[in-house]
Design a protein around this ligand. Structure first.
Ligand code: AMP
Length: 284
């Protein structure tokens, strides 16, 4: 596997493999790779002959300096995970290489997609995500880009970005990967110490309850209120939102889930660590 740190070297590599007729798949990551990331790389390898993984902890998408500084850095292990999962090239640019000292961000307005849920809880977060993904898409120029449903709202935003600005780029959604006990895998899970790791399972249990209620056509609004009430009584958990939405538009849904791509989405802080989870509502 190759590693490069500059956009020029990356472009040279991609040009060579394209000339060999290979399709290029791309997975942007912030490192601290776990099996969720590995599943994206494996999927990309199934669909593309050449897989490029970027590892870059993007400062402009963090809402606080503490969160950015606490983000785990495990570059050597990441390179090994990327290689074992089928990547041909790991792109590890410096801050300067991508931003050249210019951190001014354009404010993104995709309506509900950017104004609610993660967009509301983490002001400016999607401006930073789109800024870096736009730079990375321009540098790699992939045929396909792979994103996890774990970050469902980000996925919808990236689909729109690709549609509007990167003609011909196909965005492939990959399923959320969980730990054995159901916790959604996340690079932030290592910060869940002691009992908080157990408390964090509440998110998984909540999305499952909503999924089951949707299957039996039970009252979803009532259940969402019940869950919010229960969360208020939990000592170490701060629920930010739980809702059912159309995964393409992020409009809230209360019925006819089968007609739309309906997902239950949740965000909460557990012992100070912010976690998100979601689940598709497959209705009978
Ligand atoms: P990150 O490194 O957190 O920016 O994530 C890079 C990519 O991996 C994004 O497309 C995420 O949605 C995806 N990802 C992160 N965690 C998971 C997971 N548990 N299951 C599936 N995809 C994931």
């Amino acid at each position: 596997m190759n590693r490069c740190e500059t956009i020029d070297a990356l472009r040279g590599h991609v040009k060579t493999v394209r000339a060999e007729g290979k399709k290029v798949g791309f997975i942007p990551t912030m490192g601290a790779l776990h099996p969720g990331h590995a599943s994206l790389i494996t999927k990309a390898r199934e669909m593309c002959e050449e897989v490029v993984v970027s590892i870059f902890v993007n400062p402009t998408q963090f809402n606080s300096r503490e969160d950015f500084e606490a983000y785990p850095l495990t570059l050597n292990e990441d390179i090994s995970v990327a290689q074992k999962s089928g990547a041909a090239l790991v792109f590890t640019p410096s801050l300067d290489e991508l931003y050249a000292g210019d951190f001014a961000l354009e404010t993104l307005d995709y309506g509900l997609l950017t104004s609610r849920y993660e967009g509301q809880s983490r002001l400016g977060h999607f401006d930073g995500v789109v800024a870096v993904v736009r730079k990375l898409f321009s540098a790699v120029d992939p045929d396909m880009a792979f994103f996890g449903e774990k970050d469902l709202q980000q996925l919808a935003i990236i689909r729109r970005l690709a549609r509007e600005e990167f003609n011909g780029l196909e965005v492939i959604a990959c399923p959320l990967v969980r730990e054995d006990d159901g916790l959604a895998m996340s690079s932030r899970n290592v910060r869940l110490s002691g009992r908080y790791r157990q408390d964090a399972l509440a998110l998984f249990h909540w999305v499952n309850r909503v999924k089951k209620a949707a299957e039996t056509k039970a009252d979803i609004s009532g259940l969402l209120q019940t869950i919010s009430g229960e969360a208020e009584l939990m000592k170490h958990i701060e629920l930010e939102y739980i809702d059912v939405v159309n995964a393409e538009t992020f409009e809230p849904l209360r019925s006819r889930f089968e007609r739309y791509n309906a997902f239950v989405i949740v965000a909460a802080r557990v012992g100070g660590v912010r976690l998100i989870d979601n689940c598709r509502l497959a209705c009978s």
